[in-house]
Design a protein around this ligand. Structure first.
Ligand SMILES: [Zn+2]
Length: 247
């Protein structure tokens, strides 16, 4: 069953775990999970983060599913004529809390008795006289719900790193951007990471043969690498690497 067919109902944790295992193995090696060495792939929480937050933008299924399930709650307010309105809809408590956090509801005080019945919504409602009851989605400029904004809202509070945005907007091939992404996460298969995985390797930097090969050395500190960066900056007429030390 494709993912877009199951996102409107809460996905069992075991199913998410199984799907993530398949996705992780495919992304890492284009293979089945049983053919991937233990500890070989990136932690999936890194991959699932938004690209502007350092991830690959692969959907975090639990958040993605929740974002789409808010459609039920939104339509319940905006279009109560739906035939499924009286049914027990498949959203959970967390979905309701997310909906509360992303909406602003304006209610006419003349319907106060109804408001009391909706007691759990009181904390963020606005009371006005002789006005139409309405709901606004606070995560979009037009005040309308979108699954995309509901998905992004669930990443609020995650620290942003401007370097990731630079990588994905760089004029480079996809494989080069991906390498840059791996470097920022210090996940390239340098000796440092191979040793962590107990994979046999030569741990001396093969460019200078003078130092231990880790990500920082290979791509920044190695004297051979520095010469390459200097030549690139001269040919492309871009700032020297020494001015980009904070990246
Ligand atoms: Zn070196």
């Amino acid at each position: 069953m494709s993912v877009d067919r199951i996102i409107y109902i809460p996905i069992p944790k075991w199913a998410i775990k199984r799907i993530d295992k398949l996705r992780r193995a495919f992304l890492w090696k284009g293979d089945k999970p049983e053919n991937i060495k233990p500890g070989a792939s990136l932690e999936f929480f890194i991959i699932e983060n938004l690209s502007i937050l350092g991830g690959l933008g692969i959907h975090y299924l639990q958040k993605f599913s929740s974002a789409w399930r808010l459609t039920w709650l939104w339509l319940r307010w905006t279009d109560p004529s739906k035939p499924w309105e009286k049914l027990d809809l498949p959203y959970n408590k967390a979905d309701v809390q997310l909906s509360h956090a992303c909406t602003k509801i304006t209610l006419d005080v003349e319907v106060l008795h109804e408001l009391v019945q909706l007691g759990s919504l009181l904390h963020h409602d606005e009371l006005l006289v002789n006005t139409e009851d309405k709901i606004e989605w606070t995560q979009t400029t037009d005040g309308l719900y979108s699954a995309r904004s509901a998905y992004h809202a669930q990443f609020f509070g995650t620290e942003r790193n401007k370097s990731f945005k630079m990588i994905w907007t760089a004029e480079a091939q996809s494989k080069q951007r991906f390498l840059g992404w791996l470097i920022l996460h210090q996940k390239t298969l340098t000796a440092e990471n191979l040793l962590i995985r107990h994979w046999p390797c030569n741990w001396i930097c093969q460019l200078c043969t003078e130092a231990f090969e880790d990500t920082d050395h290979l791509f920044r500190q190695c004297k051979v690498t520095k010469q390459i960066w200097q030549e690139v900056s001269r040919q492309k007429q871009i700032p020297a690497f020494s001015t980009l030390e904070n990246i």
